[in-house]
Design a protein around this ligand. Structure first.
Ligand code: GDP
Length: 417
């Protein structure tokens, strides 16, 4: 269909930590599935007339089949989730588009996102929308259509709209990253509900701030709430619109240092989510608009405003640096939080099934031992009986002999008279 495909050689991407771990754990669960099914077959074979496994033993092991199935389903859908927050028009949608190398989300005046938008990979070649709780697929071919679809559906703030975009067009989507755009933190009093509904499973939070002003109380408040509900959230701060600094180069370093210090202070001393040193690695000065333009050009997509301000390359490198650190952080965090739990459960299931098999084996061994014992006792009894018989027979023989002798004696006496 003529669309330019993203460079697919991303085997070096830190996201591969998650992708490989996911493949591995999925493979392990295929093995656990086989093992549990084998155990069920075995249990059936030794139950019934054989009476080694009881119906309860069989049912116990059978219950693990659906448990393993359920975990495998969850594992297939596991992904890395990043959520973007900030005031309206700070550039959240533009940052997401730049990361996806394409204008996917509508941005700019008249396109204020007033609901949550979750961009995720679609396995088909089509792009479509789905609102939460509905199975209806709304097809979208272009950004303007997406914008209209979002306006038309009269979405409430707090609603979640899923935007499915062909995986093959975006490296991030192909590697199972899900990106969530939010309404501005300045437009809602319902921050708690937002966090409970959309943030508890986020691996990374990105605060898109405006480098032309300082961090606002509403923005800080939101992250204060996040850090009370989630322990040690991973937060990145993007000071966006840094291209504005090009018009005042003489103040650039001074402004940057001032912003950076405040952000470090916010993450390390106010929120206490990381050390000041770690915080320095989480703060970036970028221009999402320029990054998106650069990438659209790389993909030979028609774009307007060809002139980029002084220093755009430096800002673009910083954007790429942000992406790399973000990828490292999200994949490590997702592997830790998502797969650690699954592998613990996998281990427990394998151990439980083994214990059930051992129990059946032990009761079979017990029965064998008791039968051997019974046989031994019987053997002893038989030997005793045999001995008794021998004695009796001998005694009888003697008795009969004696009787015969006495009869013979009597007969000979009678005859001799
Ligand atoms: P959102 O409401 O936070 O999603 O903000 P948008 O992404 O819709 O951006 C709002 C407006 O700011 C749009 O017109 C963007 O083109 C513009 N914008 C976004 N990022 C930048 C940037 O880095 N520099 C400049 N100059 N404008 C930007």
């Amino acid at each position: 269909n003529g669309s330019v495909r993203v460079n697919m050689s991303n085997v070096d991407s830190p996201l591969q930590i998650f992708v490989r771990a996911k493949k591995k754990i999925n493979d392990i669960f295929i093995e656990i599935d086989d093992y549990v099914k084998d155990a069920v077959t075995f249990m059936h074979a030794v139950s019934g007339e054989k009476g080694i496994a009881t119906p309860q033993d069989v049912a116990n092991v059978e219950a693990y089949v659906s448990k393993v199935q359920a975990i495998r389903e969850v594992l297939k859908r596991d992904h890395m989730k990043v959520a973007f927050f900030g005031r309206t028009s700070n550039g959240k949608s533009t940052v997401i588009n730049a990361m996806l190398h394409d204008k996917i989300l509508p941005s700019g005046i008249g396109h204020t996102t007033n609901c949550f938008l979750q961009v995720e990979g679609s396995d088909t070649d089509e792009a479509f929308l789905k609102t939460d709780g509905s199975e209806e697929k709304l097809n979208v071919q272009s950004v303007s259509q997406l914008g209209h679809a979002l306006c038309d559906s009269r979405l409430q703030e707090r609603a979640l709209v899923h935007v499915y975009w062909p995986r093959e067009l975006c490296a991030l989507l192909r590697d199972d990253v899900v990106l969530v755009d939010s309404p501005g933190v300045d437009v809602t009093p319902n921050l708690d509900e937002w966090i409970d509904q959309y943030c508890l499973d986020a691996d990374v939070f990105v605060l898109v701030a405006n480098a032309e002003s300082t961090l606002m109380v509403t923005e800080k408040n939101f992250f204060h709430k996040v850090s009370t509900k989630i322990s040690q959230p991973n937060i990145f701060i993007l000071n966006n619109r840094w291209d504005a600094s090009a018009s005042e180069p003489e103040y650039l370093e001074q402004v940057r240092t001032q912003h950076a210090n405040r952000c470090v202070d916010f993450l390390s001393r106010e929120l206490r989510v990381c050390s000041p040193k770690e915080a320095e690695e989480r703060i970036f000065f970028i221009s999402a608009k320029e990054a998106l333009l650069t990438r659209m050009r790389e993909r030979e997509k028609p774009v307007s405003s060809p002139i980029l301000a002084e220093g755009h390359q430096v800002r673009y490198f910083e954007f790429v640096d942000f992406e790399r650190k973000f990828e490292e952080c999200i994949s490590q965090s997702a592997v830790r939080t998502k797969f650690a739990q699954h592998s613990r459960r996998g281990k427990n299931i394998a151990a439980d099934v083994q214990a059930a098999l051992e129990q059946v084996y032990n009761s079979a061994s017990d029965r064998k031992a008791s039968m051997v014992e019974k046989q031994r006792i019987l053997h002893e009894q038989l030997t005793a009986i045999e001995e008794q018989l021998t004695t009796i027979t001998r005694q009888m023989k003697d008795k009969i002999n004696r009787m015969v002798e006495s009869v013979e004696h009597k007969v000979s006496l009678t005859l001799s008279q």
